[in-house]
Design a protein around this ligand. Structure first.
Ligand SMILES: *[C@@H]1O[C@H](CO)[C@@H](O)[C@H](O)[C@H]1NC(C)=O
Ligand SMILES: *[C@@H]1O[C@H](CO)[C@@H](O)[C@H](O)[C@H]1NC(C)=O
Ligand SMILES: *[C@@H]1O[C@H](CO)[C@@H](O)[C@H](O)[C@H]1NC(C)=O
Length: 131
């Protein structure tokens, strides 16, 4: 067979396909166990005041039986950037569906959002924090 760039590409593609198809079923199923729970609260229109306590909540009904990492973390995102020094909660069980957080003393007037980490990160809609 003449190795044109196309046949090379085709062979590469076919070997990748064969590789994926040859993975054990368990490896392919495990990939589906990554749990990205949708955040329910805070939602668009939520207003929090600095110093208040609120329950961040998320959907757990679609959680797979075995999840790769059940320990959750919550960070604040300010104008699209995750504030790594504003950890709101950590070490809770991602299957709990809620965790109480203390609203940190952050500047008012920015676009805030919550990032929930379990297996993977998930953002809440943008909401407001006032002083
Ligand atoms: C958060 O939820 C728990 C359990 O329902 C409740 O006991 C607690 O008072 C709630 N916290 C706030 C700030 O609403
Ligand atoms: C979940 O993990 C347990 C223990 O490793 C295993 O026995 C069970 O078959 C797993 N269930 C699913 C649905 O993967
Ligand atoms: C917040 O988002 C709105 C809408 O996307 C935008 O118009 C506004 O400039 C943002 N505010 C800040 C402080 O980034």
């Amino acid at each position: 067979m003449i190795m044109t760039p196309f046949t090379t590409l085709f062979i590469t593609f076919m070997s990748l396909f064969a590789l994926v198809a040859s993975l054990p079923l368990s490896a392919r199923l495990q990939a589906r166990d990554v749990f990205v729970p949708p955040v329910l609260y805070p939602h668009a229109g939520t207003v929090w005041y600095v110093g208040q306590y609120h329950n961040v909540t998320w959907e757990t009904k679609d959680a797979p039986v075995n999840i790769t990492n059940s320990k959750g973390m919550i960070y604040l995102r300010n104008n699209g950037l995750i504030e790594m020094n504003e950890e709101l909660a950590s070490g809770f069980n991602i299957l709990d569906g809620r965790v109480e957080v203390h609203v940190p003393n952050v500047p008012a007037g920015n676009n805030y959002s919550i990032v929930l980490f379990g297996d993977s990160g998930n953002y809440s809609p943008i909401f407001t924090i006032l002083a």
